[in-house]
Design a protein around this ligand. Structure first.
Ligand code: PBG
Length: 313
């Protein structure tokens, strides 16, 4: 009866698996607190993807970790080379959304270019660079561009540049309501992207405040008007109110990103024997589905098919 009448029916087809690839890495690197997730080398990423396809996930969110950091004039060739290799090997058997942000490229870990005394972000200069980056990623074969930088106006600028270069069919998944969260810690470890400029030690000036629901909703709706195809809320489990409210306000598909710290919290409880990790993840996914998420980004996406089929909840 419960199965028959459930209002949320999870499918592994709705999941996206994040992937990390680091330049110059000679062996895959495990991540503190993120069981089952690793930073891949340019070679091991192909194995990881093949295994993932066999486990039932073929949609990915790609995070490159380049070795050379700069303040401006970035070299995006590592990211584009890896995407081209993945697409050459797997073609349309995989759907790749490429993260667009500068935080793993900058010497100071911020998501964009800073002014000379490193006290604030230069919005428009950053948007220009992000748009050029997006075109290069699309040219390398990315199916979707996922801007996570949170500059103003970047969705319109990227859409315009993609179209100008003949990439009308490349989709845009906007981090539409991305909060300045304390739950990104394990991710920043993975990408070496902790913000550490003298005059700007956090991302509060460009990510959304957890204390402002209206800003989250209006930013997301602005991204829709600027041309986003999928609107994302991030983190996910702490922000189901935002997902539910957005669901009422848009017909666009909504993605919920259960972020690294949210994932690691479950893993930490499980390690102490205080819950069953599979069941806890399924419970979170049910909550996201109830709130209105159509797409779930999870570090456990690669387990979704197995766990849903086995009914581990
Ligand atoms: C980069 C970016 C972050 C995440 C995704 N893209 C971190 C941040 O904004 O500091 C977080 C993902 C996660 O924690 O799983 N802008």
């Amino acid at each position: 009866m419960r199965e028959l009448t459930a209002t949320v029916k999870l499918s592994h087809k709705s999941f996206i698996q994040p992937l990390f690839v680091e330049e110059g890495l000679t062996a895959p690197r495990k991540l503190e607190g993120l069981n089952g997730v690793q930073v891949d080398t340019v070679n091991s990423i192909l194995n990881t993807i093949e295994q993932d396809i066999n486990s039932g996930v073929n949609k990915f969110l790609f995070f490159p970790v380049p070795s050379n950091k700069a303040a401006k004039d970035f070299d995006f060739s590592f990211a584009t080379t890896v995407i081209a290799r993945i697409k050459k090997q797997f073609g349309d058997a995989v759907w790749i959304a490429a993260d667009v942000c500068l935080c793993s490229y900058t010497t100071h870990g911020h998501c964009g270019i800073l002014n000379a005394d490193q006290t604030r972000l230069l919005n428009n200069e950053t948007v220009q660079v992000l748009s050029q980056y997006a075109v290069q990623l699309a040219d390398a074969g990315a199916d979707c561009i996922a801007p996570s930088d949170m500059m103003d106006g970047r969705i319109a600028a990227i859409r315009q540049q993609l179209n100008a270069h003949g990439f009308e069919a490349v989709a845009l998944m906007s981090y539409a309501a991305k909060f300045s969260s304390h739950f990104y810690g394990p991710f920043r470890d993975a990408c070496h992207s902790e913000p550490r400029a003298q005059g700007l030690q956090n991302r509060k000036t460009y990510q959304i405040s957890p204390f402002n629901l209206n800003d989250a909703l209006s930013s997301a709706l602005r991204d829709e008007r600027e041309g986003a195809d999928i609107l994302m809320v991030k983190p996910a489990g702490l922000y189901t109110d935002v997902i539910a409210r957005l669901k009422q306000a848009t017909l666009k598909p909504l993605a919920a990103y259960h972020v690294s710290g949210e994932y690691a919290a479950i893993e930490a409880l499980a390690e102490r024997g205080l819950l069953r990790r599979e069941a806890a993840h399924l419970e979170v996914w049910a909550a996201l589905g109830r709130a209105g998420a159509d797409v779930i980004v999870s570090y456990a996406a690669r387990f979704a098919l197995g766990w849903i089929r086995e009914g581990v909840y």
